[in-house]
Every structure is written in C-alpha cells, then in structure tokens.
Write a protein that binds this ligand. Structure first.
Ligand code: IVH
Length: 667
C-alpha cells in the first residue's frame, strides 16, 4: 500500500469512526454493535502506529488520552465567561421578566434550559477542527484542558463550519459513571467524590488525560462565545444550529411565550429532576431574541437577559441529638439519627437513617455532632458527613447494644450480614411490625388499620398476635382515641371481609422471610390449601419453578415452629380462609400480578433505577408505558411523583409506592 492509499484508508476509518461515535454518544442511537466500532478502531490504531506522521489531532484515536502534561497552559477568554444572577422563587422569576420587558421594546419570549451541575467549558474550533478546550477559570483566564476534553466522546473533534467558533457548555459526569467511579474508589480504599460535579471537575483537572478518558464524562452545549453567524437571530435557532453541527444539546429545552410558562417548566422539572440520569441544580431562563439580548446587555457580573433559578438546597446542616433503634419485622435492629428539625428541599427533616453500626463507625458519627444531611429525592434522608470542626469534645460515641431494646434478648449478627438481629420470635417490636405488614394492602388488606391503629392496639394490649385482630370487639375499640361508632363499624367490617381473602394474601401477610407476594401466589396456586403447604417438604418446594433453596428452607423452618402451627389453627378457627380461591392454573403456566397489566412509573425510587423497574415488570409479563391514561392499570409512584400521580388519582387508577412494588416482586 503506498502512502496515499494509507492516507485514504486512515481518512475513511476516521470518518466512519466519527460517525459511529456521534450516533452513540450524541444521538444515543448506535447503528452498529460495539464490536464493530472496536474493530475499526483497532485498524486505525494499527495504521497510525505504523505511520505516526499520519496521526492528526482530530483522529478518534486521540480520545483514549494523549501523553501526560506537566502543567495546564493559561487561556484568555476574549469574551469573558460570565456567571448568571440567581432566582430562588416565583417572585424572583417574575421580577426578572418584568425588568427584562421594561428594558426593551416589543414582546419577549424566553428559552428555558436545564441548569446542568457540572463545570463550564469553552471549545474553540478553527477551520472545522477542535483546537482548544478551556475551563472557565475566573471568567477571564481559564486553563487549557484540550487533551482531557478530547476524551469526551460527545465533543466533536471536527465540525462542518470553517469560521472560527467558540462553543460553550457544561461538562458533567452522568450518575452511572459517578457511581461506578465511587465504587471503584471504595474498593481501593480511596476517598470517594462527594458529588458528580466534584468528580467531573477532579477528572478534568488531571494532568494525565488517560485518567479523564476512563471517567466517562459527557457534555451539553448551551451557547457560544466568539461567533458571527448573521443568519441566526435567536437563542433557540442557535441551539438548533449547534445540534446540526454535531454538538450534544440537552433536548429538554423549551421556548416559553410567558413567564407563567417558565414557571410551569420550573415546577415540572422540580418534580422530574430525580428521574434524570445526570444532576441539575436549577433552570436557566434566557431571553430568546438575540437583538433583545443585545439591548438588555450586561451588568458587571452577569447578563441581564438570563437568570438561573436554583432549586432549594438538598443538603442542610443540623445537630444530631440522639441515636434511636428501631426493630423491623424480621428483627433487624436499625439505628436512626434524631436531629434538630431542619428544612431540606421544602420538607422538614427530623430523622435520618444510619443503616448499621459499621456505617456509624466509618463516618465516626457521634451523638451531639453537627452533621450534613442530604435528601436527594431519596425517601429517607441520610447523614452525609460530620462537620468535625464543630466538635466541642462533649460528643458521645455510640455503640449498638448487646440486647434487643424491646424484649431484652441477645442480638446476633447473622453470617454475611452487617445488620444485628433480634431472633426472639416473641419480641414485641417485631410482632408490632409484623402486624403492620399483615394488615397492609398487598397482604390482608384491612382498610382502616394502619401503623397508627396497630400501635394503639398494641399499647392498649388489645392485640399481641395476628389472631387477636379477629377477636377485637366493638366495645374495646370504642374506648380507643379517635375511634367513633362509624370508624369502628368500618374497621370491623374490613376485618371480617379479610377472612375471605384467597390464600396467597394470608401467606404473604405472615411475613415469612424471603417470601414476597409473588412466591406467596406461586405456592398458593400450587398447594391450594394451607394444610398442604404446611406439610410440604423442602424437596417438594424447591421442585416448584420460581421457588429457590433459600425460600424453601425458610418456609420449612417457619411452618415447623409450634407457635406458627398454633397461630394457623387459631386463624382457621376464627374463620380465616385457608384455601386458594383465585383462578385455576394449568401445569407449567405461571401467572404474575403483572400479567397483561399496563404499568406507568414515575418519581424517584431508592432500590431501582427506572430501567431496572421496567425490566422487572416486563419480565413478569407486564408492559410499561410512559404516560397515564384510562388504560393504565397501575401507577408506581416513587418520591416526588408529579403530574402523572395527579392524573392517576383523577382517573382512579391503582397507585403503588416503591415498597409495594418491592413486595410484589421481592422474589
Ligand atoms: S448559560 C453568561 N445555560 O451555570 C452565562 N449556563 O452561572 C451563560 N450552566 O457556570 C451561562 N447549565 O456553567 C447556561 N443551560 C445552561 C447551563 C448553564 C449550567 C452553568 C454555567 C455557569 C452557571 C451560571
């Protein structure tokens, strides 16, 4: 092959690799399998190795990271990279709109964009080639981080525009990359990054581009610095042009004709924010017309034509006044931080989960400490860290007790578990939690009895076991606080009705370890009566599809306990149905609660990503769709569920929370 042929081949490979890269990283629509990309890249690397003089700065091979630098060069921003003024509420946004319309003639329209929580960068292209990438620095002088930025696949190395153009945008670390990075750091016993922004900044500050290359960063472009494109008259046209040139523009921008529409956009994203797979810290509102932007101009620090609405803080500092213990229905003892009340993201927080003693030791959390609390769309707020310089010396170290705080029996740490457990089957705290589970919707579904009533009944010693629920009488109940004739009558009717439940609800309600709603249904269908299930051997149980060894083992142990035998006898004598009354199933056919059901997911969940929840439901025969309609069977609503929740309520659609989804899919 002569030099010209080699050159032609290299050019062809570069072209096709850049195209594949664009499809994968910018459009999110790969047209070829990864292996095809890898193979072409190997071919290019081989040719470039044989002909180093043919390696160019725009070669896709440069994305793996060039040689390490000694230091970053300084870069002057000819047009300063300014920051934005802030708005914290609706009034601030309306004031901004008023100021803007007073400053110009004619109607105003706005463009709203997500405010990506990363770091501002500038990309310069000359003759269609990416020649320099820089940080914002102090706005006037930044640092040249070109080699690091080349490793970001969504940044084009070449564009079809010969004029010099400076594109600005936000480099960031997607959540998935962030979690993977922190996991790897933890495995190496290194300090994790506190958040994706710090991780992105830390990665781009590395002198060795090979490190940045491994961090899977991304970038959204949202504006330009130097660029004279006379034909473009508005910011929205500019975003479209950037997209057409091959830059990744966040698709969630919207043109708004009024400030009311802007506020609607802000409200929408306040709710939907947890569902994104990258972090945003607000909404940027920009006047759309470029002429109007010019008219409005700048103050010393920021443009008058744009403002950044900031979401309420999700972290807060407060005092940890105590550590309390709670006992779950399986006996796990969990420490909980009691806090001086503090507002985070609009809600008051007084408690935070500490998970287990190992975590308390790792973070060296002491009673009396000043701590940082975070509530990032999570259901339960967490203690992020201790503010050590606030220590007075009076803080007390916390140790888990040796005995159960409810029943006094010795706590044990089961093999492979970090948690401590009370294994006393008569522990009152466990019984109480077990009863709360027993009456819950997916179990015996006893309407009108929730956690509060169970606690009351327990305190009044009206119930000790599940069977006691069926012995409650009207007179006793009427003596309870906030229990009138009507609520007592409703409650007794709900209890009575629950006696007719099909067997699977009772099995699930018993709270046997590892037996979720699905396994309960499987064994109910298989054995049809409680009696047969009680007599089932380990071998007979594991033979059933979908019943694993752990489940079979757990059931055999559970049903062999005298206490359980007595309880089931009592329940049966009290009239609780012990047979499966659902539809019969033919051999081999397994049905799930999701079979043929249409499910919509909304809000943020702790234990599943959207995709995991979707895959799970689909694997159980359900289909997952994006919007709520009258054809929706179930809405699963995580934390901060927004308009979909409202719509489902309006249409009377069954709504589950995350726990219910977990219960239904546990096995
Ligand atoms: S426009 C004149 N749009 O927020 C400044 N900024 O203070 C023009 N940011 O550091 C900035 N997402 O890095 C703009 N869609 C977006 C943004 C965005 C994030 C950052 C930017 C800057 C800060 C604003």
């Amino acid at each position: 092959m002569d030099k010209q042929q080699t050159q032609d081949q290299i050019n062809a490979l570069k072209k096709v690799l850049n195209q594949y890269n664009y499809e994968y990283h910018v459009l999110d629509q790969p047209s070829v399998p990864d292996a095809e990309y890898d193979q072409r890249m190997q071919e290019l690397l081989k040719l470039e190795e044989e002909h180093p003089d043919l390696v160019t700065a725009d070669s896709p091979s440069q994305r793996v990271g060039g040689p390490p630098l000694d230091a970053f060069q300084k870069v002057q921003h000819n047009i300063p990279m300014l920051s934005l003024g802030n708005a914290f509420n609706e009034t601030d946004l309306r004031d901004f709109a008023r100021r803007a319309s007073q400053g110009i003639d004619g109607e105003i329209s706005f463009v709203c964009e997500l405010k990506i929580d990363g770091l501002a960068i500038s990309l310069t292209y000359e003759n269609g080639e990416f020649i320099r990438g820089a940080t914002r620095g102090d706005g006037v002088t930044g640092e040249d981080i070109t080699s690091n930025l080349k490793t970001i696949h969504s940044i084009p190395l070449t564009i079809e525009e010969t004029e010099t153009i400076e594109v600005r945008g936000e480099a960031f670390m997607p959540e998935k990359s962030f979690h993977a990075l922190n996991k790897a750091k933890a495995a190496n016993e290194e300090e994790p990054f506190a958040n994706p922004r710090n991780a992105a900044a830390g990665s781009l500050r590395q002198l060795d581009p090979k490190i940045a290359a491994k961090r899977n960063l991304d970038m959204f472009s949202y504006g330009v610095g130097e660029w004279n494109a006379a034909e473009i008259t508005s910011h929205s046209e500019r975003l479209n042009k950037l997209k057409a040139l091959g830059f990744k523009v966040n698709p969630e921008w919207r043109k708004c004709a009024t400030i009311d529409e802007v506020i609607e956009f802000v409200d929408y994203w306040t709710n939907e924010r947890p569902n994104l797979n990258y972090e945003i810290d607000g909404i940027v509102v920009k006047v759309d017309s470029l002429d109007q932007q010019d008219e409005l101009g700048f103050t010393a620090r920021s443009p008058r034509w744009a403002i950044a609405y900031k979401f309420p803080a999700e972290e807060a500092i407060t005092k940890l006044t105590n550590i309390e213990l709670s006992i779950g229905r399986t006996g796990v003892v969990t420490p909980t931080a009691v806090l001086d009340a503090v507002k985070i993201a609009g809600s008051t927080v007084q408690r935070a989960s500490l998970h287990n003693e190992d975590l308390i030791r790792e973070q060296d959390i002491r009673i009396g400490d000043t701590v940082v609390i975070k509530k990032a769309g999570d259901i339960i707020p967490k203690v992020v860290r201790v503010v050590e310089n606030k220590r007075t010396g009076d803080e007390k170290e916390f140790f888990m007790p040796k005995n159960c705080p409810a029943c006094g029996s010795e706590l044990v740490r089961l093999e492979e578990e970090v948690a401590l457990r009370c294994i006393n089957p008569n522990c009152t705290a466990q019984l109480k939690e077990g009863l709360i589970h027993f009456v819950s919707r997916n179990a015996m579904n006893i309407d009108g009895i929730g956690e509060k009533v169970i606690i009351q009944l327990f305190q009044e010693e009206l119930i000790h076991t599940m069977a006691d629920l069926y012995r409650l009488d009207r007179e006793e109940l009427l003596k309870l606080d906030r229990m009138g004739e009507k609520s007592v009558a409703n409650l007794l009717q709900a209890i009575e009705q629950s006696k007719q439940n099909s067997l699977e609800k009772l099995i699930f309600g018993l709270g046997i370890r590892f037996i979720g709603a699905k396994a309960a249904k499987t064994v109910a269908v298989h054995f049809e009566t409680m009696e047969k299930l009680q007599q089932a051997t380990y071998e007979a149980l594991v033979e059933i599809d979908e019943i694993g060894e752990k489940m079979a083992d757990s059931m055999v142990k559970y049903f062999s306990e005298q206490k359980v035998i007595d309880l089931l006898k009592e329940l049966s004598e009290l009239g609780v149905n012990m047979t499966y009354t659902g539809p019969k199933q033919s051999e081999g056919e397994t049905d799930s609660i999701f079979t043929g059901k249409t499910v919509v997911l909304t809000g943020k969940m702790e234990s599943f990503t959207r995709n995991e929840a979707k895959a799970l439901i689909e694997s159980l025969g359900g289909s997952v769709t994006g919007s709520v309609s009258k054809n929706t069977d179930i809405l699963v609503a995580g934390e901060d569920a927004g308009s979909k929740y409202d719509k489902a309520t309006e249409l009377g659609i069954t709504i589950w929370d995350e726990q219910q989804l977990k219960d239904m899919t546990e096995d």
